[in-house]
Design a protein around this ligand. Structure first.
Ligand code: ASP
Length: 305
């Protein structure tokens, strides 16, 4: 039975710097969110459903498609959820789980808001979250590309200096660095305004490649990668080390709250960054929904008046 009473808005992205060929994955995710709204009318359930679809897609850097860490074996994932009903949860550096966004949702039911590393892994086991340890050829190919790029000392991660030397100097994986292209972004995110006027945001990422073991970006950090409040919801994507410096999601939310047109707020947010740094934003407000990125960014939106 549908309980939808008023209009709603859903915006989904598949990561700043990812090809628009992946729009179909975002469209599937947005449709899944709309179905969820028709069932539960809950903005957070809808945002989470959208992100879970993209985690399962395999093409995005999230869930089963997450980038391999530099050691070519480890996968560390971050995810977060927040809504205007007071639910807030996140996981950082979690390993071997199928849907980090569902784990972030589960953290919101604990006395905490963020669980990291081994504690997050053990929490997943405690709630019997499905294990996922398979590594696809796609993930291996992406890793080989990053390693090749590092070996050539190309600027693998815009805005982060120095490059390959820093990874060698601070190498903290158990296996030695084995050097034989392109910083991986493709984090996924969804923002939703529900039919009851509540806002929600959900994010998931395999992190930004290349990175040291234990690296955490903006995705699980409130106010940086995500924010939801009475005036709307905002999600960011791009190089986390840069995004956190601007508390990007909360900063853009503040402009929307102050009455700035949503598209202008998004463009102003992206304008804070050096063009060499890939960054993208999606947002919903009481009356608007939009996206903006300084790179290609797969996306989809469904707006029901
Ligand atoms: N923001 C993510 C991170 O730095 C990556 C991304 O958005 O693609 O972990």
């Amino acid at each position: 039975m549908s309980v939808t009473q008023q209009g709603y808005a859903i915006v989904v992205h598949g990561g700043a710097g990812s090809p628009r060929d992946y729009d179909d994955g975002c469209e599937r995710a947005a449709e899944r969110a709309a179905q969820e709204l028709a069932i539960s009318a809950d903005a957070l359930d809808a945002a989470i459903a959208a992100v879970a679809v993209m985690e399962d897609d395999g093409r995005f850097n999230a869930g089963t498609g997450s980038v391999l860490c530099l050691d070519g074996a480890t996968v560390e994932m971050d995810a977060s959820i927040m809504d205007t009903k007071g639910r807030l949860g996140a996981v950082a550096c979690v390993q071997g789980v199928k849907n980090p966004v569902l784990l972030a949702r589960a953290v919101a039911d604990t006395p905490h808001w963020l669980l990291a590393g081994d504690g997050a892994n053990r929490f997943a086991a405690a709630i019997q979250h499905p294990v996922h340890t398979e590594i696809s050829q796609r993930q291996r190919d992406a890793h080989a590309k990053v390693v090749k790029e590092l070996a050539g000392s190309l600027p693998a991660m815009p805005g982060i200096d120095p490059q390959a030397k820093a990874f060698l100097r601070f190498w903290n994986y158990q296996t030695p660095l084995d050097l034989p292209e392109n910083a991986a972004c493709d984090t996924v995110g969804a923002v939703v305004r529900g039919p009851d006027g509540h806002f929600a945001v959900a994010l998931s990422t395999g992190g930004s490649a290349p990175s040291l073991l234990g690296r955490v970006g903006d995705t699980p950090i409130i106010g940086s990668g995500f924010y939801a409040g009475p005036a709307g919801a905002v999600a960011a994507t791009g190089i986390g080390e840069q995004i956190v410096r601007h508390l990007l999601a909360r900063t853009v939310y503040g402009w929307i709250e102050d009455g700035m047109p949503l598209q202008q707020a998004l463009e102003r947010g992206i304008g804070l960054f050096d063009p060499a740094v890939p960054v993208g934003l999606i947002a919903v407000s009481k009356t608007e929904a939009g996206s903006f990125s300084n790179r290609d960014m797969p996306q989809a939106r469904i707006i029901q008046q």
